[in-house]
Design a protein around this ligand. Structure first.
Ligand code: PEP
Ligand code: MN
Length: 294
């Protein structure tokens, strides 16, 4: 019964039937497998999407891609078009835009890694689709419905990040726009929500770990978690990544940079290559305990 899956506070049984029928589970065992060029989201394997916040330079993204391929990571994450919080730019702190897409293309050609990168404006979709394997819709654009529909219509797989101020009901409503536009290859991503108080000044968001089992109750779509954007503090990324796997994450997005302190964007949240190697071992062990693999 639907009632068993929906506590009824945020998402009601009626919502599942009427507001997002395509996104809602049809029954308790309903789970979609999303195939991205042979990598399956929502199955036993937990795909990793790792890399710098921004596609800073060709040298950087190719280096990260080589490192990740050595560790069997399937996806390189890096933004070329980015929602930077403030309009002022310095030579380092600036969107790389079309140059960034070229850097990502080089990384893909050199290593065969798949690319997930953000779409900010529909007018660049053709260019982004020339290199991306998965289109990322960032938290800030979660409710930009025309953008969701335009992305959906490309037929490319999409990862939709939950806005930090939005309920699960809002997230599922946004997901419905994509499924309703004829694109079934959708992954949802929890990336932290605004909370009145967090321990560190720099911890901007609070990772909503319980969103993962809650979403699994409600929807058949795979659920990814991005602990890097949630905590904004590299020392917490590992524990939160482990916890994400323990609560049932179907995929992880992790910010990884060879020189985190000097990352052009969000230097506090990226982990180093060495940290990633250690974390990967831990995630592997926790995955096994959860009857998953990475
Ligand atoms: C990102 O992944 O680069 C990003 C900007 O994330 P979010 O939309 O979750 O803030
Ligand atoms: Mn950021």
């Amino acid at each position: 019964m639907i009632e068993n899956r929906a506590p009824g506070k945020d998402v009601t049984a009626k919502d599942l039937l009427e507001k997002f029928p395509l996104t809602a589970k049809k029954d308790l065992s309903h789970k979609s497998l999303i195939n991205v060029n042979g990598v399956i989201f929502g199955g036993k394997k937990i795909p990793l999407m790792c890399g710098p916040n921004m596609a800073e330079s060709e040298e950087l993204v190719v280096d990260v891609a080589r490192f990740l391929r050595r560790h069997n990571v399937d996806f390189l994450r890096a933004g070329a078009f980015k929602p930077l919080s403030f309009p002022y730019r310095s030579p380092n702190y600036t969107e790389t835009r079309h140059a960034g897409l070229r850097f990502l293309k080089s990384a893909k050609q050199e290593t065969g890694i798949q690319i997930i990168t953000e779409v900010m404006e529909a007018k660049y979709l053709d260019d982004i689709c020339g290199v991306a394997d998965v289109l990322q819709i960032g938290a800030r654009n979660m409710q930009n419905y025309p953008l969701l529909i335009d992305c959906a219509k490309t037929g490319f797989p999409i990862m939709l990040k939950r806005h930090f101020g939005c309920s699960l009901r809002d997230l599922l409503g946004a997901a419905e726009y994509i499924l309703n536009s004829g694109n079934q290859r959708l992954i949802l991503c929890e990336r932290g929500v605004v909370a009145p108080h967090t321990h560190r000044d720099s911890s901007r968001f609070l990772l909503d770990l319980q969103a993962v089992p809650a979403l699994h109750e409600l929807t058949h779509l795979p659920i990814a978690v991005d602990p890097s954007h949630a905590c904004f503090w590299r020392h917490w990324v590992g524990p939160l990544a482990c916890a994400s796997v323990a609560v049932g994450a179907d995929a992880l997005m992790l910010e990884v940079h060879p020189d985190p302190e000097n990352a052009a964007v969000d230097p506090l949240q990226a982990i180093s290559y060495e940290d990633f190697e250690q974390l990967r071992n831990k995630i592997q062990n926790i995955s096994l305990a959860m009857d998953r693999v990475i």
